[in-house]
Write a protein that binds this ligand. Sequence first.
Ligand SMILES: [Zn+2]
Length: 87
Amino acid sequence: MADEVTHGTTRGYSVFGCRCEQCVEAQQKYTRAYRSTESGRAVVRRQAKIQAKLQSACLNWLRENKPKVLEELRAQVRREVEEQHGR
Ligand SMILES: [Zn+2]
């Protein structure tokens, strides 16, 4: 039947939203293969560029509109990083 999930397929993952081990694995395999192609690498570069611009826009917005919140976040991140490095 057309409306039943076939597990272990990208269709199961993307159309039916199934997250069973086989469907996740099929989707990961497809994604890895796609990212190894030239157009896949172009998509990854574009997404990274968008992400970097978004982070920059968020930082600028915080700096202009909520400088105290930005300072609190900076202090929090510094503490987390220092804890990870055993200080
Ligand atoms: Zn499944």
